[in-house]
Each structure stands twice: as structure tokens, then as C-alpha cells.
Design a protein. Structure first.
Length: 302
């Protein structure tokens, strides 16, 4: 799809190339496809010339949809029909990065576990509440493959090589790619809070974890302090000492960052975005958003 992630695209292919090279056998073959067979530009502005149109997918065993930035711009009835036709033929269908949006749009993820890049998880859940969406690196559920993007396709492909051809080849592929730690499907996409923030204090980490979990229905600071076993004054002192801010400001910033993701990645109305980010008042949401980002929620989409 246009604006696809080049990182995810190459991370899918390179483990297969390495497997062929190391085994000295053509274990895997691949081809690049686009809806009309025309060149497609990635989000890094590099253009890929496909080998075939989407009709060529019927000659494959597995077909992956590779997407990237704001994939909903490129979801068309024709694309949905292509994906459903592939699935009806009994082929395995997969997605990397935000390609899961296309599979959900086509209706082929129902009844299957699936994942998507962490930036898109919350908006994906809002759009497709009936789907079983996880925050794992990748999911392989029968004939549905979904992968979070970035370098995660390397892990998914090495996992698949292990299933197809054994541990030794999979380990050799990982070493060839300097991928010294092969992550399993259940591993989380995001770093633990302690790595993302540099914080080590257990009660502060617990407080941030609760904040991230309660975005749509924010906890009061008193309730938050109670949950982590502190007084409100102790909680405020802890945030001031460790993060140089107040818990209220930190919590508000998390909610506004979530709102920005929704505005950039969904067609939800500004009012819906505000509610999903814990704001009951449109004016409060707009004022807070402008104070943080320098423009209104409406202007974020211009």
C-alpha cells in the first residue's frame, strides 16, 4: 500500500533471503505486488516497482499486506475485494505494520487474534471493537498472520523458518542478520515503562502504569495515590523529584498524546477523540490541546 513502511517490508524478506543463502536451497520465493502493478512509494520516499498486480497473489502460499502511515487513506472497495478473494481461495493472509487495518476492513480477521503497531492499537480497538486485538509483537492464528511492524517481522519470519526447517537454520539466520535476541510472539511491542522513562522507583512506575491504563476514564489523583499505596502529597512529591512535573500535568500529557494519535490515525470526530481521551468537555479538550501542541484539534488534521 502507498506510504508503506520500508523497514517492515525489508524485515519480512531478508530472513527468507538469508535462509535460502545459508541452506543453499531455494526454500522461499517472494514477489512484490500492487493493486494495479504500478510502482509504489514507501513512507521514506523510496519507490518499489512490483513484480505483478494483486492478481499474482493467487499463485502464492501466503500474502502479506504491508502498510504504513495513515493506511485508511488507501482502503478501497477494490482492495477489500482482493483480500477477500485471496482468503476465499484458502491462502494464508497476513499483514505487517498497519496492514492489519486492511485485513480488518476486508472482514477477514473476525474470530482471529491480531495485532498492529502500538501507536495504532487504541484507535484500532475503537474502530473494530469486536476483534481480539493484542499488543504482542506478532500473532499467527491459523491462516492469519499479523505483525506490529518495525523490526518485528524479522522475529516473525525467523519463527516461521524455525517451524518450517528447524531450530538450527532459524538460529543461523538470526546470527547472519546480527539479530542476537529473537523475540517470541507473546513479547510486548513496547519497552517496559522503566526503560521508556528511565524510572526505577516501583511506586512511581505503578502510578504511570495506572495512568496509561486509565485514559478514557481517568482516575482522580487521590484514587491513583490510593492504588499505589501513597498519600496524595507523597505522590506529588515523587513526581516532582523524579520527573520534574506534577502527576496532574504528566497524566494530562499522556491523554493529549493519545488524542493526537486518534486525530492522526482515525476518522473519529474531534468530540469522539476528546471523550476517548478522557475529556467530557469539548472546550476543555480544545483548550488543553492547543496549550500543549500550539494548535487546535481541528487544525491537527489540516
Amino acid at each position: 500500500m502507498p506510504d508503506f513502511s520500508m523497514m517492515a517490508f525489508t524485515a519480512c524478506i531478508e530472513p527468507l533471503r538469508a535462509a535460502n543463502r545459508l541452506s543453499r536451497k531455494p526454500l522461499y520465493e517472494w514477489q512484490a505486488l500492487s493493486s494495479e502493478g504500478k510502482p509504489v512509494k514507501a513512507s521514506n520516499q523510496v519507490t518499489i516497482t512490483p513484480d505483478n498486480t494483486s492478481a499474482g497473489a493467487l499463485d502464492c502460499d501466503v500474502v502479506f499486506i504491508c502498510a504504513g502511515l495513515r493506511p485508511r487513506r488507501f482502503l478501497t472497495p477494490e482492495l477489500g475485494a482482493d483480500i477477500r478473494r485471496i482468503a476465499r481461495k484458502g491462502l494464508a493472509v497476513g499483514a505487517v505494520c498497519t496492514g492489519s487495518e486492511a485485513l480488518a476492513y476486508a472482514g477477514v480477521l473476525s474470530g482471529h487474534r491480531c495485532t498492529i503497531h502500538w501507536e495504532n492499537i487504541e484507535s484500532f480497538k475503537e474502530l473494530y471493537p469486536a476483534l481480539e486485538i493484542t499488543a504482542t509483537l506478532f500473532e499467527i492464528d491459523r491462516k492469519r498472520y499479523t505483525c506490529s511492524g518495525g523490526t518485528a517481522p524479522i522475529d516473525m519470519m525467523i519463527h516461521s523458518i524455525r517451524l518450517d526447517h528447524g531450530d538450527a537454520l532459524a538460529q543461523n539466520v538470526a546470527e547472519q542478520l546480527l539479530h542476537n535476541f529473537v523475540r517470541e510472539p507473546h513479547h510486548n511491542q513496547r519497552m517496559a515503562i522503566t526503560h521508556r522513562t528511565g524510572i526505577r522507583h516501583p511506586k512511581l512506575l505503578a502510578a504511570i502504569g495506572y495512568m496509561e491504563a486509565y485514559i478514557e476514564e481517568p482516575l482522580t489523583l487521590s484514587r491513583l495515590a490510593q492504588k499505589v499505596g501513597l498519600s496524595l502529597r507523597q505522590l506529588e512529591r515523587l513526581f516532582k523529584e523524579q520527573l520534574k512535573t506534577s502527576p496532574g500535568k504528566y497524566y494530562l500529557s499522556l491523554r493529549l498524546e493519545r488524542a493526537r494519535h486518534f486525530l492522526r490515525q482515525t476518522a473519529m470526530s474531534v468530540m469522539e477523540v476528546g471523550l476517548a481521551s478522557g475529556f467530557n468537555s469539548a472546550s476543555t479538550f480544545s483548550r488543553s490541546y492547543k496549550a500543549k501542541f500550539g494548535h487546535s484539534p481541528h487544525q491537527e488534521r489540516l
